[in-house]
Structures are given as C-alpha cells and as structure tokens.
Design a protein around this ligand. Structure first.
Ligand SMILES: [Fe+2]
Length: 348
C-alpha cells in the first residue's frame, strides 16, 4: 500500500472540533464535483472507507491520510491532488503534500473480508468441552472484572485470555473494556454523547494513539485450561480476547466491533445457547432502539447455536446480545488477520 499525507492549514481561524474544520474546508471542494474526492470515493467503495481519513490537529490543521492499494491507483490521484492544492490555495488555505511512502499495516479489503464472512455467523471446527470448561472456571482464582466502567449495575463480568502483559490480576484491565470506550476515556474529552459519537465514527484503525484488538498479544494463565487446548491451532494469532460471564440481565446494546478496512477477525461462542441470544441487525419491523444512532431497528436472533462451538462472527454488522439466565459464558476472541487462511480452512 502507498500512503500520502496532506496537511491543510486554515490561517487565522480556530475550530472547536474536526467536524467544524471539515465542514469549513469541504465547502471549497464538494464531494460530488472535486475530482480528487470523486476519485477517492470510488476507491472507498471498492476497498473500504477507512483507507481515507482526516485527522484534526487543534486548532486549525487537518491531515488527509490517503492510502492506495496499488502504485497505479496512487498515480491516478497525483494530478488531482495538485489540482485540489491550487483550488484551496486560491481560497487562502495552506496545502502541504508529503512524499508518498510504503505503508505496511495489514488490513483486509472489503472483498477479502466478505470472501471470508459469507454469513453473519459461521461455525468452525473448534469446539470447547463445556462441562470441563465450567469445572475449570469454578476452580479458577484469577481476577474477575466488570465489563468496562459503565453500566456496572448489570452482571457482566470478564476474564482476560489475551491482554497487554499476560497478567490476570491487573488493577485496571483494558482488555475487559469496550475498546471504543477505553480509547475515548484516554482522550480526556467531556463525556457527552456528541463527543463520544464523534470519536466513535472518526477513529482510524491505523492510528498509533489508540488501543485496538491487535495491540493485545500476551496470553494469560487462563489459556492453560485443558478445555481451551482446542485453541492451540489459533493461539499464535490470538489478540485481545476474554471469557465473558453474564448472569440474568447481562447484555450488550447494539454496537459493532470492526469496520472496513478490518485489521482483525472476531470469533464468538457460548456455553449456554439456551440462556442467551446473539442478534444481528437485519431487515424487518423495528424491535430495538439503537442508542448510538437513535433509530429503531430490527435485530434477529441467531438460532441453532451449538454449546461450546466457536463461530466466525461478522462484527462489522450491528449486533446485540442478552442473557436471561445465570452463569452464561461467552468466548470473546479476536485474531490478527494472519489467521485468515487458517480460519477459512476451519469453517465447517
Ligand atoms: Fe460485539
């Protein structure tokens, strides 16, 4: 991949946030007529919009991050970028283009992602012995964490399987947080829905400043469970992973865990499919309020889940989950994308 960074500065102006900066700049280069934007939008449709993103540097700078899959596609953008530069400089903005450089961060294009995720939940030939697993959990002395720092009134607990340092008694455990929430807390921004949504929809998976699934690589003692030996073939690819334990009322509201272009895969499984539901957003009469988008949507439960079996989970799709009985465990596993072929071969 080839990356090119362009710094746009608006002299003598201050912007509160990225949205304000973006709105100001794009009035001069509308999405449907500016040739560079039209060109890049076509590539976003093909490969995933995350290959093109804007980073805001307070108070008046923005960095356009453009990542091209091929030399040819980069070449096709060169002249258009110079034209955009002229256009914006005429309006008094500064526009500084970096030299293009090779970009080695691996990510799946949309095509690669959907060649693997041919359905929302795909069974793998990996199955945990549920009875043995529960016996081992009963005897396990590792620390149990509330899931994240919010809604701790609900019985949602987690044990890290793969975290940042391999310890199972860390005081604070980011592996047992929703990572969007964890990253948001680190920004120090005021905790408002507006700030959070802005953060959620603008974070880049190529950023070095945040924690993503793939930054967690150290297995904890829990990985030594006999019942989890079935994970051995995928162990070297495992990134942020946990065992979740929910009691009645434990749930996740509608959310997504991955977005294009994806840099990790997600697996999921449960010990007790008769005590919980995992549901995906599909077409149908609305039955759930999505608190992020403020829209009513339809979520359909996946049926015929097998206890202990691991599934490849299309976590780009909005989904939710809830437990209606106690002692429900879930296998919450992520993998780096080097596992792509292995997982493909293990789909039943
Ligand atoms: Fe999820």
């Amino acid at each position: 991949m080839i990356k090119i960074d362009t710094v746009i500065t608006v002299p003598n102006k201050q912007f509160e946030n990225k949205a304000e900066f973006k709105n100001y700049v794009i009035q001069f280069v509308p999405q449907d007529t500016d040739p560079l934007r039209v060109y890049n939008f076509k590539l976003m449709e093909k490969y995933g919009d995350g290959f093109f993103y804007l980073t805001f540097v307070s108070p008046n700078k923005g960095i356009l991050n453009h990542i091209y899959q091929t030399e040819e596609e980069y070449k096709g953008s060169e002249k258009l970028r110079f034209d955009q530069q002229k256009e914006l400089e005429k309006k008094g903005l500064k526009y500084k283009i970096s030299s293009p450089y090779t970009f080695n961060k691996s990510a799946l294009t949309k095509t690669e992602y959907y060649n693997l995720h041919t359905d929302l939940l795909l069974p793998l030939d990996i199955k945990v012995d549920v009875e043995l697993f529960k016996l081992e959990m009963d005897a396990y002395k590792g620390k149990k964490y509330h899931w994240g720092d919010l809604y701790t009134q609900y019985p949602r607990y987690a044990y890290p399987l793969v975290n940042l340092n391999g310890k199972n008694n860390n005081e604070i455990e980011p592996a047992c947080y929703p990572l969007d929430r964890w990253n948001f807390i680190q920004t120090g921004l005021e905790n408002t829905k507006e700030n959070f949504d802005d953060f959620l929809f603008n974070i880049s998976q190529f950023s070095n400043e945040h924690l993503f699934e793939i930054n967690f690589t150290k297995p904890t003692k829990l990985m030594n469970f006999k019942s989890l030996k079935v994970l051995d073939p995928i162990k070297e690819y495992m990134t942020r992973s946990c065992i979740l334990k929910w009691d009645t009322m434990g749930h996740f509201n509608p959310h997504f865990d991955s977005w294009h272009p994806t840099r990790w895969l997600r697996l999921w499984g449960t010990t007790d499919p008769d005590k919980m539901k995992l549901r995906y957003k599909t077409g149908g009469e609305a039955n759930v309020l999505n608190k992020v988008t403020d829209k009513w949507e339809y979520y359909e439960p996946v049926e015929n889940i097998e206890a202990g079996r691991l599934y490849l989970h299309d976590s780009i799709r909005w989904h939710d989950a809830f437990a209606y009985d106690d002692e429900v465990y879930q296998f919450f596993i992520s993998l780096n994308i080097d596992a792509y072929e292995i997982i493909k071969a293990r789909i039943i």
